[in-house]
Structure formats: C-alpha cells, structure tokens
Design a protein around this ligand. Structure first.
Ligand SMILES: [Zn+2]
Length: 620
C-alpha cells in the first residue's frame, strides 16, 4: 500500500512541468478585464537570418539581422518589430545588395519602422538591422513557469565561479526571443531561419536545424552556421554555446544527439537513450512522422524552467541530469517524463503552434498527456493510470484552478496560462476524450489536426473540427464544457439492489455549482462471475440509472475506465471495494479501494485490502 500511495503522491508533485505556484490573484484585478486578442498579423515573417557574436565580459550580443517579411493581407508602409532593451545602430532596406537607411522610432520595447514605400501582400522585402542585445540590463519579470525573461543567458561568463562551466543559452518562451533579435515575437508568426554564431573555438554550438558550415577564423574563434529550412515560431529559436560532449544516436537515419557536460557524457545513453524509441512510438501513434531533420537535447546550467521544446533542439535544466547511481533508482521519473513531454511538443507546439497564449492548451495539454501515453507504452497501464491520476490530484488540489476556463482570453499575465489548468487538467481532459472516442478515432483526429494545420497555428476549434471529422460525432458540447468553461463535476454515487425485481439502481448526483455536466461513462457490472459493460450518459444534476441483473452484483464500477476528471464520493461497501481491488483491472480501481480501506482500518475486510496492497503489482 505504501508503495502504491507514495508513488501516486510522487507523481502528483513531479508530473507538472514546470512546478507551478498556486496563488490566488486579487479578486478584481483590473488586468483580468482586458480582452487578450490574438495579435493581428500586419506583416508576416518569412525568413530570419542572424549573424551574432558574444561579448562575455559585457554580457552583450552583437547582432546583424536580415529579416524578410511581407504584408499579411492589407498593403502597408510600416513595420513593427519587438526588440527588448537593445541598442539599435542601423536599420536599412536591402535592395539589389544595397542598404538604404530607414527612419524608425524605438521605445526600448518596439521598433516602429517606416518602410521605403507601400508594400502589397505579394511583395516580400528584406530589412537589415545592426543591433546590440543587452539581456542582463533588461528590466523584466518572469512567472511561476519561467522565472526570468532575459531571453539570452550568460552563465559564469567571467569564469569566476569555481566548478561551473561557462555557457550561453537562450529561452524564448513566452516572448523573450525578442530580447536577442528583433522579430515579431508572436506564436502566430512562422519563419525559416539561419544563424551564424561566432564563438570561442574551444566551444560547441547548438541551434535549430542543421549545422550547415563551420569555419575557423584564425583569431581563436570559429563561426558555425545553422540553418532551419522549415518555418517555426520565433519563441522556438534557440542557441547554446559551451563545453559539451555530443553523444550521437539515430532514428530512421536521422541525427539524434545528446549534448552534455563532459563529466555527464558517460550517462548520455542512460538519460536519453530511449529518445529514438519514443520518436518511433509518437510517429506511429500520430500517423505523422517526426517532422524535423534532426533532434537534439542539451542540458545546461542554471536553467530558468524545467525544459524547453525549441524546434529540433530541446533544452533541459540540470534536474534531468543524474549520475548512473541515481538512475538505478529512477523509474518513470521527472527526467524521463520530461523527455517524452518535450519530444511530443515537436508535433504539438512546434509543427502546429498555439495561435495565442489563450490557446496554450493545444501545446501544453498535449505535451502533458503524452507523458501518460509514454508511461502506458513503456511501463504499462498501471504507470499510465498513476501518471494521469497525479495530474487529476494536482489540479484538484489547486483551489484557484477550478475557476479558470482551459481556453481563456482574460488573464493578468500571459505567463499565468502555464498553470494546472493548461497542464494537469488539460491532460486529464484529453485522457477522458480518448476514453470516450476510443483510441483509433482519437488518434485519427490528432492526425487530421496535425496534417491540416502543419507549419501553421491551431486553436481548440481546429482540434474539435479534426476530432469531429475523424469520429463523425458532434463535440461542441464537450468543448463547451471542458475547454470554454471552468470547473469539474463533483459526483456523489450511491447504490440500491432490489432482490425481488432483480434490479440494480445507481444514483448519481452532481453537486458542483452551475449546470450539470454531460458525461458519457462506462458502468461495469460484475455479477455471476462475469463483467458486463454499459455505456451510459449522465446529463442532470441527479441521474438514476437502472440495470437488470440476474443476481446481486459483487461490484458496480461507475466510470469503469477511470477516465472522468471528477471529484467523487463513491458509497460502495468495503466488501465491494475489496472485490474491486481484486478484480477491476486498473491502477485507479485499486487506489480507490486502498483509499477507502485506509479510512476504516478497524474493519477486517479493509485490513485485508491494505495487507494485499503491500504486495501490489505496481512498484511491487
Ligand atoms: Zn511543455
């Protein structure tokens, strides 16, 4: 019992990426009154070419940028770019290889550039910008999810901290890439990319896409050029520079590699070695092969969050990195679920990107859910059940979360979207939706969503339409309940057997505030040595279900898939719970029985459940 419960408790703590604060904002925060509209697309990014050098002493980046754009629809002669706390030395329009300076104003956050003429949306144009990024001088604030927003980080740049390597790395999400290059820093922009990085020759570099060239400069520096030929959003741009050893792996002939500090290099395979297997698993499940040319993972020092799914180049904090001794004890731990989570983002987040922070669910709820998918596949259904149960408990513990819609256009700060609703509750909603639609229809829907919106953006609506197309079922009611509304059903379940009429009655009441949830569920009736499944719908604040059964059931198991995101009081007898412990198939079936037994330890049957639980097959 202890193992089972402890494991459950551990997952509750570790399954959420990143760890989130649970604070109650002031009731009438005026910021919550602001409608957070999706950023208008006046100009579209097309291609971003950067040439950067680093000044470790000053913590500066000296940058040259050639950014190609076009008006989205309406003709325009102005361009606004996000550029945080930079020195702007020159802005020019590039024509026939010649730079002509443009007029601009700059308020330390946004560049307003007057173009040389009115451009139509079939005309692309290229702007050259000479700038200095000064991330350490930025006045910025992060959030519970990402506790800083400098965009570019110099770690031990003077080498004065003993036993700490010198590194440079970036963190774009949410809107911090514009702290190291001017861009339209919105998720609904996508651009191809080329970055030329000049660094001390002793260091290794990593960025998105492929390493196109390397050139020694003769002055102790080297210039690496990285090219990303497929478009992605600016917040997914990344760079890392430092002393890393590269472990080379492969998936279907594509480069998969792990960048670790030399002392951790011997454990690269232990930490990340299952990555190709996970790429294969997710590719097959989704019916969309891993969409990018390579997949790298790097572990850096002093990272400001858990991990980040930069396209083709995931960046991990040190918490993923353990020595072999520690790995022996690790099972499906934080690091391993993080590897799955960030990998899944390469589809849900990078290939199809949330259109705005309000719709973050189409990135993060999926990445959260993927941790359970991987647990089920790699470690078995119990591990998957334990993981999603951890999500549910994490959400239910968060008192504020129940008042928030999954998709919401009112928030005090965009960082607030990275919460228990978007991650944990969102994961449980997908788990429930999969249970309702069935595996095949659910994954076919995800396949349609990905293919329809590839290299573009998605909202909850696109997801609904894709799932409807796959299943042929209307899902407006489901999305209205779970995506565009707050809270969860609070169920009270009680039972009555009528021996004369051979009828089993189940009373289910919903006591949450507001309307009743419409809830399709399975009810499993165990009687006469066999199990019969009934698919039923709860639609009211009080529902009465009746079933004809030949003999008194040993167990009536409401929500036989244990998929419903709910808080419930289930008034089974301890004998029924004992039967459930021994006969119902799922981790949560046993967890419920153990929990019930733990509450009545003077009872003999309860004690038997608890004794049996000590030998439970999960972690047993
Ligand atoms: Zn994530």
């Amino acid at each position: 019992m202890k193992k089972l419960l402890i494991a459950g408790a551990l997952f509750s703590v570790t399954c959420i990426l990143p760890a989130m604060a649970q604070q109650e904002p002031a009731a009438e925060d005026p910021l919550l009154k602001i409608y957070r509209e999706t950023p208008a697309k006046i100009n579209d990014l097309v291609h971003t070419k950067l040439d950067v050098r680093f000044d470790y002493k000053k913590r500066y980046l000296y940058g040259k940028e050639w950014v190609t754009l076009k008006p989205h629809f309406y003709a325009t002669d102005t361009l606004r770019l996000d550029a945080k706390g930079m020195d702007i030395n020159n802005i020019s329009i590039v024509k026939n290889g010649k730079n002509t300076p443009l007029k601009f104003t700059y308020d330390s956050l946004t560049l307003a550039i007057k173009l040389d003429k009115v451009y139509r949306n079939w005309e692309t144009y290229t702007i050259y910008i000479d700038y200095t990024a000064k991330p350490d001088e930025l006045k910025v604030q992060g959030s519970a999810a990402i506790n800083d927003a400098r965009g570019l980080y110099f770690i031990n740049p003077d080498g004065t901290e003993k036993d700490k390597p010198t590194q440079v790395w970036t963190q774009g999400e949410t809107e911090s890439s514009s702290a190291w290059f001017p861009t339209i820093d919105h998720t609904n922009q996508k651009t191809t990319q080329e970055i030329s990085m000049t660094v001390p020759a002793k260091y290794v570099t990593l960025s998105n896409g492929r390493l196109a060239s390397q050139k020694l400069n003769g002055n102790g520096t080297r210039t690496d050029v990285w090219k990303m030929d497929l478009p992605h959003s600016p917040y997914l741009f990344m760079m890392a520079v430092g002393d890393f050893k590269i472990y080379k792996d492969k998936w279907r002939g594509r480069e998969v590699n792990y960048y670790l500090e030399p002392k951790f290099a011997p454990y690269a395979k232990d930490l990340f070695g299952f990555t190709p297997e996970a790429m294969e698993f997710f590719s097959k499940k989704l019916g969309v092969d891993y969409p990018w040319n390579k997949y790298s993972q790097i572990v850096v020092r002093d990272y400001v969050s858990g991990a980040m799914e930069n396209t083709t180049a995931t960046l991990h904090g040190e918490n993923v990195q353990m020595t072999a001794r520690e790995l022996i004890d690790a099972y499906y731990d934080f690091g391993r679920s993080t590897v799955a989570h960030e990998l899944f983002h390469q589809w849900f987040g990078d290939y199809v990107t949330a259109e705005s922070w309000s719709n973050l669910t189409v990135n993060e709820s999926f990445a959260d859910f993927s941790e359970t998918m991987w647990a089920e596949y790699k470690y078995g259904l119990d591990e998957g059940g334990a993981h999603i149960q951890g999500d549910l408990e994490g959400y239910l513990r968060d008192g504020h979360a129940k008042s928030l819609d999954l998709v919401r256009f009112h928030y005090a700060d965009k960082e607030d979207m990275f919460d228990n609703v978007t991650y944990a509750k969102g994961g449980t909603i997908l788990y429930y939706l999969r249970s309702y639609l069935g595996e095949e229809a659910f994954y076919k829907g995800l396949n349609i969503y990905l293919k329809t919106n590839a290299f573009k953006n998605g909202e909850a609506h696109q997801l609904r339409l894709a799932l409807e197309e796959a299943s042929g079922l209307d899902l407006n009611w489901f999305f209205n309940e779970w995506y565009f509304n707050a809270g969860h059903p609070i169920l009270d379940i009680s039972y009555k057997w009528d021996e004369g009429a051979k009828t089993q009655t189940v009373y289910v009441t919903q006591s949450q505030d507001g309307d009743a949830f419409i809830l399709p569920i399975a009810v499993d009736i165990y009687a006469g040595g066999k199990k019969e499944r009934h698919k039923v719908w709860l639609r009211n604040k009080a529902d009465t279900l009746t079933f004809k059964v030949a003999s008194k059931p040993n167990l009536v198991n409401v929500d036989g898939n244990k998929a419903l995101p709910t808080k419930k009081t289930d008034k089974k007898t301890i004998e029924e719970f004992a039967f459930q412990y021994n006969n119902a198939p799922l981790y949560v079936d046993r967890l419920e029985a153990i929990t019930a037994a733990g509450n009545q330890q003077t009872d003999k049957t309860a004690r038997k459940i608890l004794t049996d639980a000590l030998k439970d097959k999960y972690y047993g």
